[in-house]
Design a protein around this ligand. Sequence first.
Ligand SMILES: Cc1ncc(COP(=O)(O)O)c(C=O)c1O
Length: 402
Amino acid sequence: MSAVLAQRLANVTGSATMKVAAEADRLKRSGVQIVDFGAGEPDFQTPQHVKDAAKAAIDANFSRYTNAMGIPEFREAVCAQYKRDYGIDCTVAEVVLTNGGKQALFNTALALFNPGDEVITHAPYWPTIPEQIKIANATPVIVQTKPDDGFTVHPERIVAAITPKTKAIIINSPCNPTGSLTDVAAMTPIVEAAAARGIWVIVDLCYEHLIYDEVDHNLPKLLFDKHRDRSVICGSLSKTYAMTGWRAGWTIAPKDLTQAFNVIMGHTTSNIASIVQKAGVVALNGPQDGVKVMLDEYRRRRDAIHGWLTANPAIKCVKPRGAFYLFPDISELLGGEVKSSSEFAQRLIEQEHVALTPGEGFDAPGYLRISYATSMDQLREGATRILRLAEKLQPAKAGASR
Ligand SMILES: Cc1ncc(COP(=O)(O)O)c(C=O)c1O
């Protein structure tokens, strides 16, 4: 089979999170009560006023193709949001609506990367980022971040990875899976180094509204002030408004690159769904208080599950500053009966019926990614089951190392 596939897919691997979702689904369908920590999506419902806008769009027969870049109303709403949140003035000519943040990043990779280009990003990472770089035949250059300082992206390490082949730097903040933030102070030297060398800076701000504490995270303004002609901002409705299945995101990029995105959209998906566009306008322009309600609830859950799991000293875990994932280091539990975080995750689903994604999928063996976008009861139950497996492994490991 592989002989018939295009070369560009040779080193590309499937989504680890989607594999977990498929396995969890299979078990659920066979009647097993799964505690599902695998899902990278809110458990809240899409706000009622957004759903109503979609229904109204259907009833008004808003069912034809639109401009491939999206309707001006939605693109204006994106500009208004960035004005409101970050104080920047972008124009509709710089905005393209995409099928989620994923397509925003993919259009960028397709429009900018050539074979032989290097693209710097940080690990542990959301796997789509390096895989898309590879699909575009470029080479991901990975800069590791470490748990000792909360997986902070150190600008000097990013800058040190720049070579004459570097085409772009991709920063994901808040970061999936670590929950770390790259604030303005950390981002400034990266942007300055990129500006001095004509390197593109791409920011994935998919979780931009899920930040727990006051921090200067005005990356859009920094990019607009210092590097507007070579920056791409990728955003999404998915996590902010609990709209993962609707598939709506966007790029904000210089006009000529935006025109290239228009060409890509025009020859691939065309516009994102017309109905979704009408709903998106209302999501961005309507009341925003629901976002805070979700954030407060995520904070409560984060604190709870973090406390429960770290009651076992063999489970080390940084408290995430954004997004909704816990990323514990379980390496102290490995090396006996269970050798890797993948094996741990496998055993967890088989014996305790808890689904989560092992760190291997994020270039972080020895870790687990737990999505706490689920109810407090499920979190309590899942934590109990994880701790039960951890305790079973501890004596086995002590025995093995004697
Ligand atoms: C870091 C990150 N960026 C972008 C996305 C894209 O999300 P969507 O395509 O649903 O907007 C995700 C989804 O999980 C993500 O985790």
